[in-house]
Write a protein that binds this ligand. Structure first.
Ligand SMILES: [Zn+2]
Length: 307
């Protein structure tokens, strides 16, 4: 595992485990958790728990409760926003509790002249750009149209065309130009919901996250998040580690609909927590055999066995 302690901030640094309560925990989450807790426990990091329930349509309280229960069962304890504290009435950071903060973020960007209202539907953007599939780049249709903000909840960020360079702890230096990838960033959608991009950048800023550890499906988002974070006053972006995703037999990313990989299903089928973590570490390529691995021994994946 090519992680050297000198690539990480000096201890104690902070990372986060940030599931969306739109389904049950599955082996894909467990792989992410193995990286998050393993690296944090190996190299003096703290793990914060964040419930990313910005998706108001698909998030469910019962998924959140199940998620916290599964984490407890796996023996993965956050250092802040801990599951036990949650039950005593102290909550992990939850995006749906933070709308007032996101309002402030938007107002700050608007005051700097960086926000405009937009009326475009996804279909109109597709027609305009002639693209289907892949990431849709907003062509800037409403940028200088002076759309009356009272007529639509959609807000976009006026994104300067600049190259963002960041260092990934696994992949090395990466360069991205968000203006060419996605165009002016969507901050609030047509239903008035905050977007993942706005919420995650504000949360990482407010929780003082130093290291973001997540799957490579989010790699394309990183440049725009760094750019937005700078606009919010964050001079030094977090460090990033984007790990490979676990695929099913057909090479597809695991999803919440894959019932056979759900932590709940594995529990019900008699798997131990150690076996689930061992399987996740194996799928992640961090241990050769799928042998059981208790949470307390996750650091060995990055340090080698301790005597
Ligand atoms: Zn528009």
């Amino acid at each position: 595992m090519p992680i050297a302690p000198f690539d990480l901030p000096s201890a104690p640094w902070r990372t986060r485990f940030a599931p969306a309560p739109t389904g049950y925990l599955h082996l894909g989450h467990a792989v992410n958790a193995v990286y998050v807790w393993g690296l944090a426990r190996a190299f003096g990091g703290e793990v914060l728990l964040r419930i990313e329930d910005h998706d108001r349509i698909r998030s469910r309280p019962e998924y959140e409760a199940a998620l916290l229960d599964d984490l407890d069962w796996l023996g993965l304890t956050p250092d802040e926003g801990a599951t036990a504290e949650y039950r005593r009435g102290r909550h992990p950071l939850r995006q749906s509790d933070r709308y007032a903060r996101y309002d402030d973020v938007l107002a700050g960007l608007a005051a700097a002249g960086l926000v405009y209202a937009c009326t475009c539907t996804r279909r109109e953007i597709q027609e305009k750009t002639g693209r289907r599939g892949g990431e849709l780049r907003y062509p800037g249709t409403c940028r200088d149209r002076g759309v009356d903000p009272a007529t639509t909840p959609i807000r976009r960020l006026r994104l300067a065309r600049e190259e963002v360079t960041f260092r990934d702890l696994l992949l090395g230096e990466r360069r991205q130009v968000a203006a060419d990838q996605c165009g002016d960033l969507l901050l609030r959608d047509r239903d008035g919901h905050w977007t993942y991009q706005l919420a995650v950048v504000a949360d990482d800023l407010d929780q003082e996250i130093d290291v973001v550890i997540r799957g490579q499906d989010l790699l394309a988002s990183t440049g725009r998040q760094v750019q937005l974070a700078r606009l919010l006053g964050r001079a030094e972006p977090p460090r990033f580690l984007h790990h490979p995703l676990v695929r099913d037999e057909r090479g597809r990313k695991l999803s919440k609909s894959d019932r056979d990989t759900g932590v709940r299903e594995l529990r019900a089928a008699g798997w131990s927590a150690d076996r689930v973590l061992g399987e996740a570490a194996h799928l992640a390529g961090l241990q050769e055999a799928a042998k059981p691995l208790p949470a307390a021994r996750l650091p060995e994946l990055f340090l080698g066995p301790q005597r």
